[in-house]
Design a protein around this ligand. Structure first.
Ligand code: CA
Length: 227
């Protein structure tokens, strides 16, 4: 899943970027409100983490503009002050959640997971497709009783597929949700990672779960004839 962090204090931005990357998320960081708005409109993010006090455009203005342009991406506001006015103006501008600085990183992670659980994404902390299960809290994947060891990037690709079961996802969609702006669209990196996942998940004798939709992309489904 891909997250945009808009934060002008570089020490906080770096701390968040590093922690989220280690947790397997693709992260882009913008350091002012204008840049943040441009990023938010340019790519498909799964969560925005938006500081309120920002140069050029503040976080509330960024949020209002993304909502005005129809973006429904779940948004967590960061604020230095815990006042009722701050909360109300943030929620009125369309924020989904709030975190007061300074915060403990595990709380930020838990709140991001909670935002990712909201509809239309699958609810609950365990994602299930057929006999494949992913526990998104402890990052464990198993097929029936067999544990499956995945690299952080393999995990991220599989999580995106499992949050959209029975849907055909294009390579571009998968790429944009799993990689940051370093992702190079023309490369075959998505196909390579799907290949890695297949070798680990769909072993000989298993009913295949990851399906290639010729000319379009990929789909995870327990129904072999889907799409
Ligand atoms: Ca700030």
């Amino acid at each position: 899943m891909r997250i945009l962090v808009v934060e002008d204090e570089s020490s906080i931005a770096n701390f968040i970027r590093q922690g989220l990357s280690e947790a397997g998320y693709a992260v882009d960081v913008a350091s002012d409100g204008q840049e943040g708005l441009a990023y938010a409109l340019a790519a498909e993010y799964d969560v925005l983490v938006l500081d309120i006090m920002l140069p050029y455009l503040d976080g509330l203005e960024v949020l209002r503009e993304t909502r005005r342009q129809g973006l429904k991406v779940p948004t967590l506001m960061l604020t230095a002050r815990d006042t009722v006015d701050d909360r109300v103006s943030g929620l009125d501008a369309g924020a989904d959640d709030y975190l007061v600085k300074p915060f403990a990183f595990p709380e930020l992670l838990a709140r991001i997971r909670a935002l990712l659980r909201r509809p239309p994404l699958q609810t609950g902390t365990t994602l299930i497709v057929g006999d494949l299960e992913m526990d998104t809290v402890v990052h464990q994947v198993r097929r029936q009783t067999r544990p499956i060891e995945l690299s952080p990037r393999e995990y991220a690709v599989l999580e995106y597929l499992m949050r959209h079961p029975n849907q055909v996802l294009t390579r571009t969609q998968i790429g944009e949700h799993v990689w940051n702006f370093d992702f190079y669209n023309e490369s075959n990196v998505v196909d390579v990672y799907i290949g890695y996942l297949r070798r680990k998940i769909d072993r000989a004798g298993d009913a295949p779960l990851i399906h290639t939709i010729r000319g379009v992309g990929y789909c995870i489904s327990e129904h072999g004839d889907h799409a």
